[in-house]
Design a protein around this ligand. Structure first.
Ligand SMILES: Nc1nc2c(c(=O)[nH]1)N[C@H]1C(S)=C(S)[C@@H](COP(=O)(O)O)O[C@H]1N2
Ligand SMILES: [Mo]
Length: 320
């Protein structure tokens, strides 16, 4: 098992130039120096970020047993060191660089067509919400998957807090924008900040989840601390990390990847083994951390919960 090497089925989004590689090494070292990870620990051990998080005392939270897995959980160490977070680099080993992200103070702005527009501090938000743990599968469009125990709350609870007005059709999510911290954001050919969107019906489906923790602890930065989305029936790029704003609107948002390549990354992006991506066949997936391959399931195995959202929508490109 060597997840640190790029696998053959995993093509680069952009061909890495030597300069690119060189820059990433420097960024990693800069990230380590600023994070305290190097202090007495070394690269092999787990950094101390979770202990520094002021919300650490809230976890672990009770598990909601309604969400079952058909496979083992992915090991924490493996899932924590194989991440997609382009703000910190277009490769999988962004975890050291991500330690530069300051997660306090952190606010989330709720705005747009709502009764209760507000900017709320993350700890005030956590205090208002009933936290629970859910075991979810996660399926990246690159055809790897993982299974993780998220902690957090249903997105529907946040929608209720916002109080959408009549006419709201979509939620538009936005990630922080700070190129001085996230050096990937200096790459100006990407349309920063990262944007994602859901319909209001999707956002209030029971499966749509806001994760604030994982593996019984606050979210590590590389997972999208302090607050990220988990929509397990959709390809992983929909699960936007490190959210700072949610706008309620009647206009369909154009997401980050859709802006870059609309033929490859659509708005709906529901998992479907029968609809191949231009670069990755979607019929099966590699389980992160093992050599196992599994057949991919329609809606990533969550058809029972979400299929009804898409009935009578044959004209839409629901699966890319
Ligand atoms: N802001 C932001 N969110 C993001 C991404 C990103 O690059 N930036 N990558 C997405 C992709 S492609 C995937 S597969 C998941 C990866 O989540 P993980 O690193 O927690 O496994 O995050 C998604 N959310
Ligand atoms: Mo992904």
């Amino acid at each position: 098992m060597n997840i640190l090497k790029r696998r053959s089925w995993e093509l680069a989004e952009r061909e890495a130039t030597p300069e690119h590689v060189f820059m990433n090494r420097r960024q990693i070292l800069a990230g380590l120096a600023g994070s305290g990870v190097l202090l007495g620990s070394g690269l092999g051990t787990r950094p101390a970020y979770a202990e520094e998080d002021p919300s650490a005392g809230l976890y672990p939270v009770p598990r909601n047993e309604a969400y079952k897995l058909d496979r083992e959980l992915t090991g924490e160490e493996i899932a924590s060191k194989y991440n997609n977070f382009y703000e910190f680099g277009s490769h999988k080993q962004i975890w050291p660089a991500a330690q530069k992200l300051a997660i306090r103070p952190w606010t989330v702005t709720l705005d747009g067509m709502i009764d209760n527009p507000q900017t709320i501090g993350i700890d005030d938000l956590l205090a208002k919400m009933q936290l629970e743990e859910r075991l979810y599968r996660h399926r990246c469009v690159e055809a790897w998957s993982m299974s993780v125990p998220w902690s957090g709350f249903p997105l529907a609870d946040l929608v209720r807090l916002a109080g959408p007005k009549t006419g709201v059709k979509y939620l538009r999510f936005e990630t922080f924008h700070d190129p001085s911290v996230a050096s990937g954001q200096k790459q100006s050919w990407y349309p920063w900040p990262y944007i994602e969107g859901l319909t209001l019906e999707e956002a209030t489906n029971e499966l749509a989840f806001i994760a604030t923790g994982v593996y019984g602890k606050p979210l590590p930065r590389q997972f999208g601390a302090p607050i990220r989305l988990a929509t397990p029936w959709k390809y992983g790029f929909k699960s936007i990390k490190s959210i700072v704003k949610i706008t309620f609107t009647d206009q369909r948002p154009v997401s980050f990847w859709e802006e870059i390549q609309p033929q490859e990354y659509g708005f709906w992006a529901n998992v479907n083994p029968k609809v191949p991506h231009r670069r990755w066949p979607q019929s099966s997936e590699a389980l992160l951390g093992t050599n196992e391959r599994r057949d991919t399931l329609l809606f990533n195995g969550y058809a029972e919960q979400v299929a009804s959202l898409y009935k009578d929508m044959e004209g839409e490109a629901l699966y890319m």
